[in-house]
Every structure is written in C-alpha cells, then in structure tokens.
Design a protein around this ligand. Structure first.
Ligand code: H79
Length: 424
C-alpha cells in the first residue's frame, strides 16, 4: 500500500535528521498484531468491515481474549534475540478495541475481556528493560465508535459536512485516546494506519503531529498521517528500486496475515525473510517484520523459530547490517550491498551459495582484505582488465570457496583503502 499521496512528505528531512538516527541504524523492527481477532483467528477488523462475520459475532471474541499465557518479558527477550531494535505493538486496530485501560471507552481489554488488565504497560516496560525502542501502532479509523462516519462497508452512518458536531465528538475521543497512549507509554515511534478514510484536514493531522512532538520532540511518526509523518512505510509489496524518500520501512508478514490465523501455513522461510531483509537494508530501508500472537498470549512456534534463526544469522552477520548505510548502486554487484558509515568497508551479500568467483565492477579503490563474516576466512581476489593508462578500474573477481557459506546468506567484508570510490 503505497500511494502517491503517501510519498508527499510535508516534513523537511534536514529538520528531523537527528531524531531519525536511531531509526536509520536500527534496520530491524518487530511488528505485533494482537487483539480480539486472534480469538477466532480471523482478519483483524476487516472481517466484520467486509461482512465475512457480523459485527456482534466479531465482538463475541471479547469473551475469549484471556491473555492467560502472556509473558511480556519473554516477548521482549525473543524480540531482543532476533536482533531487532524496535517493536511496534497494536495499541488499537480499526475495530476500536484498546489494549490499554482507556478512560474514554469501555471497549478495551481491561474492562471488556477476561484478560481484565492493560496488556501494554508490562510489555513496554519489558522492551525498555531490554533497550528496545517502543512503537505504538494506532489506528486513526475506529469502526466501533458511534460518531465515526464509516461503519460497515457500504453503510455510512453520516456525512461529516452534514453533521460536523458529530465529527467533532469523534475527534475529541480520538485525540483523547491518542493523548492517553502518549502520556502512558511515551512511544519512541508512532505507527498510524487508516489515514486514507479522511483528509489531513479532517484528521487534524498537523495538530496531532504538534501534540505528539511537543510532548516528545524525538518521537518518530510513520507516513500514514496524510503526509505529516517522518518516513514512508510500504506494506507487503517490496519496492523494486531504491525508494526516493529519506527514510523508509517495509512492513511484512511472515505468513499471509497480520494476526494469528490457524489455517494460514504459508510461512516464508528464513532464507526468504533474510533475503528480503538485506535487500531492504541494501536500499537504505528497514524491515518491520510482523508476528501474530494467539489470544492466550503465546507466540506461534513458526514465528518463534523465524525470530531465532534471524537472530542467529544476525549474530554471525549483523556487522554488515546494523549501523550501516545503504550500499553501492546496482550494476556494480549482482546482489545486495551495504557500506560502513565511513564508506571504507563494503559488504557484499551473496544472492545464492555461489562458489567459484563473484565480480565487482567499477571499484576504483585498492582492496586491503576480504573476509567472510561469521567464520573469518580470508578470500583471495584478482583484478582483470585494468589498462594502465585508463581511468577505468579493472574488474574485481573474488574467489569464494564452497566451504565458507552461511546457512542462509553469506556476507563478504571488503576492506577498502579509503571511502569507496566508484567509476560510473
Ligand atoms: O494492520 C494491518 C492491516 O490490517 C492494515 N495495515 C496493516 C499493517 C491494512 N489496512 N489497509 N490495508 C491493510 C490495505 C487496505 C487497502 C484498502 Fe483501500 C483500503 C483497499 C480499500 C480500502 C486504500 C484505500 C487503498 C485503496 C483504497
């Protein structure tokens, strides 16, 4: 989901550069979709909106949200183990069910479910103990609120123009809940969703941004605030070429759904996820990888496995990912690349378990050493086609023996004599 409107940033990158630094360095975040939709294992909010289930049947799920086996510290520890540096939790989805104890509504898990408690406070506390940045997903849409204009698909309650006072009532509620999340949890990052149902003016987007940034000048806001955010967030579809905006993050599910759905066994493999991850990082972006815990608070084993494998890969290869910058333009190397911040180390991600030789084109630097991350093998290389009187650099061929490969994606660390210099 990436429309032209989403690409229209109203913030000046120079003004927000400093606060964006941790986000730039973070590379990996874990997205969590947890709500009453995990009771029946159906689409979050959309299932009743699209009339796959009636609204009352959807809300029956409140009775099944127990959080009986919820262990927020174990969640945070697993996220830490994956290598992720931030987590984004659904505080409220389009269904309007708040995961904290809201004074503005009874429709929250503390007052209307057997969980009988605010489940966010202990989770954000655990994340902070593990030095993981705290993100709050907050749906602008609230399909349950009586003063929200759009209810079920095709059944609009009212037109804002016809009943502006009603929209004002909704805005008061929406601002109130946003302020609650802001003061209770002081999120490092806000992840809005659903902005497409109204204009920036109707959402009072500039005012909301102002409220959040005056409370916490360092808070980061995603792009789904009708242009008043700090970074762009394409959803599921991977951009083929490097996005134009300064900061971006691909959000993606591990199977096909955001929340837990028992019939969905279409799990991506660790190889696939790591390939997507390094491709995003190579293009200067982050990956926000989603998990969908069950209603009792347990995390599906396939997702636990994925996060652990990702973490183990990051232990071996994280040097090439975290705190790096996007790599060299495609065409120099047939695979993802990153650079150290001073650009004097080039990391090459082998797209497959290639053995034999891999080639780098147009590299004007001298190479000081080439090693394989995770096992420290030294690799040899040769330069071919260099003509002494020509400024065109030769082609670098690196010898990659069979036995150096990582279980998933192999990374070559190429130390250069100085900052990378490319011949275009
Ligand atoms: O929370 C997850 C999804 O429930 C939510 N975002 C992720 C993170 C999500 N919201 N919307 N979508 C996913 C896709 C929605 C697309 C559409 Fe439309 C909304 C199709 C029709 C209405 C926007 C407006 C795109 C076309 C028109």
């Amino acid at each position: 989901l990436l429309t032209a409107a989403h690409a229209q940033q109203k913030t000046n990158p120079d003004d927000i550069k400093e606060k964006m630094q941790w986000f730039s360095d973070a590379k990996l975040g874990i997205f969590i979709h947890w709500g009453i939709y995990s009771v029946k294992g159906i689409d979050e909010s959309w299932s009743f909106h699209n009339k796959k289930i009636s609204y009352p049947d959807y809300m029956q799920q409140l009775k099944g949200f127990t959080a009986n086996n919820y262990n927020p510290q174990a969640w945070a520890d697993l996220i830490k183990e994956s290598g992720a540096r931030y987590a984004v939790m659904t505080t409220k989805h389009h269904d309007g069910v708040a995961l904290w104890d809201s004074k503005y509504s009874k429709l929250d898990v503390a007052n209307s479910t057997p969980a009988k408690r605010d489940v966010l406070t202990p989770f954000y506390a655990a994340l902070r103990r593990d030095s993981i940045k705290c993100g709050a997903y907050f749906s602008l849409i609230d399909w349950s609120h009586n003063d929200y204009p759009q209810f079920l698909k095709d059944s609009n309650r009212y037109e804002i123009k016809a009943q502006p006072e009603r929209w004002q009532r909704f805005l008061k509620y929406y601002e109130g809940q946003m302020a609650e999340v802001m003061t209770k949890f002081n999120p490092d990052l806000w992840w809005f969703d659903g902005d497409w149902e109204h204009s920036a003016e109707e959402w009072e987007a500039p005012k909301m941004r102002q409220m959040l940034t005056s409370h916490n000048p360092n808070t980061i806001i995603n792009g789904r605030l009708q242009g008043y955010g700090d970074y762009e967030t394409p959803e599921q579809n991977f951009p083929v070429s490097r996005p134009k905006y300064h900061w971006w993050e691909l959000c993606m599910t591990i199977n096909n759904n955001w929340g837990w759905q028992p019939q969905d066994n279409n799990w991506k493999t660790p190889f696939e996820i790591i390939t997507i991850f390094v491709d995003a990082v190579s293009n200067g972006g982050n990956l926000l990888l989603d998990i969908g815990p069950k209603a009792d608070g347990s995390i599906p084993e396939e997702e636990v496995h994925m996060l652990k494998e990702l973490g183990a890969w990051n232990k071996r290869n994280g040097e090439a990912v975290f705190n790096t910058i996007g790599g060299i333009p495609q065409g120099h190397f047939y695979g993802p690349t990153t650079l150290s911040k001073d650009s004097s180390t080039l990391y090459l991600f082998l797209p497959a378990k290639t053995s034999g030789q891999v080639m780098v084109k147009g590299l004007s630097n001298k190479i000081e050493s080439i090693t394989v991350l995770g096992n420290n093998s030294q690799l040899t290389h040769k330069v071919v086609g260099k003509i002494s009187w020509s400024p065109v650099p030769g082609l670098v061929f690196i010898d990659v023996p069979e036995n150096v490969h990582d279980k998933y994606i192999t990374v070559l660390k190429v130390k250069l004599d100085k900052a990378v210099k490319l011949y275009r």
